[in-house]
Design a protein around this ligand. Structure first.
Ligand SMILES: *[C@@H]1O[C@H](CO)[C@@H](O)[C@H](O)[C@H]1NC(C)=O
Length: 285
């Protein structure tokens, strides 16, 4: 639960506890229904409305990037890397590990998933405009969608994000999580965020993320969680649990927020707002 609301709850209960001379109050166990009509509701990502700024043209223009710019400079500006050249050079482009083919770039379409687990319709796209620079959200249109580039087999670089650093798209541990474990029966959840790179199959790492930058703390994250099916363009997301096993990583939305949990129903019960199961599809740019 967002900190402001927790703070308010704490203050309220602290007042009561002082009056009754009760020693402590545990807010951790409380389940408070979220009312998106409250004044403080803007602090809830699940209440955020889709009033995101629309861009005029987000198609990255190769023509406008001076060809003399080095890949290092391009990376610093979050521009796509130069295609590999035959000219031998001691320098290798980083962090792409596949220099044989140009970076595959595209948008992430969000599909609703029905009760049987089948894609049911297009809800929109992952937006380049994050919720308070902390985490990625859903927007209805392709205009202003997040452009990503494949890096290696399981990483996606963000190419036009309003939160360009750290440079990788990844999953970040939620504020209320009791551990980094996703499992059936647990409300633990992950947000879609900008994260530092973590190796494929690595357990949750205490690396930097936009989520930690905004909310504080040193919660875990993983970047190497994406697997693109090159036939169907389905983009599957898979978190690795602390014991090294692949976790059930079920994506869903709550409002425009995008989350992942091993048990969306447990999440819904904990946070008292409807959730919509989703799936992702890579749309080549
Ligand atoms: C790893 O942890 C998950 C979640 O607690 C559990 O379901 C799974 O059985 C564990 N796997 C192994 C190999 O210990």
């Amino acid at each position: 639960m967002p900190s402001l609301f927790n703070a308010l709850v704490l203050l309220g209960l602290a007042g009561i506890s002082n009056a009754l001379a009760a020693p402590t109050v545990t807010v951790r166990e409380l389940t408070i229904p979220i009312d998106c009509n409250l004044d403080v509701a803007h602090t809830y990502e699940m209440c955020s409305t889709l009033t995101l700024p629309r861009s005029v043209s987000e198609t990255p223009s190769r023509e406008r990037v001076p060809s003399s710019m080095t890949n290092g400079e391009r990376l610093a500006r979050h521009l796509p890397l130069k295609p590999p050249t035959r000219r031998s050079s001691g320098r290798r482009a980083v962090p792409s590990s596949s220099t044989a083919t140009p970076m595959k770039r595209g948008y992430i379409q969000v599909l609703s998933v029905d009760a049987n687990g089948n894609p049911a319709g297009v809800l929109g796209y992952v937006s380049k405009n994050t919720y308070i620079k902390a985490q990625y959200v859903l927007q209805p249109s392709l205009d202003g969608a997040l452009l990503v580039g494949q890096s290696g087999d399981h990483d996606l670089l963000t190419l036009n994000s309003d939160t360009p650093s750290p440079a990788f798209l990844g999953l970040a541990q939620g504020r209320e999580d009791t551990s980094s474990v996703l499992a059936k029966g647990s409300f633990n959840y992950l947000s879609l965020a900008s994260t530092e790179q973590t190796p494929p199959n690595a357990t949750p790492q205490a690396v930097g993320s936009s989520y930690n930058t905004v909310y504080g703390g040193s919660r875990t994250a993983e970047s190497a969680v994406f697997t693109l099916d090159s036939t169907t363009n389905a983009l599957v997301v898979r978190w690795i649990n602390p014991n090294g096993s692949a976790a059930p990583t079920i994506p869903f939305t709550q409002g425009s927020a995008i989350y992942f949990s091993g048990d969306p129903d447990a999440f819904r019960q904990k946070f008292s707002a409807p959730v919509q199961s989703i799936a992702f599809k890579f749309v080549p740019a």
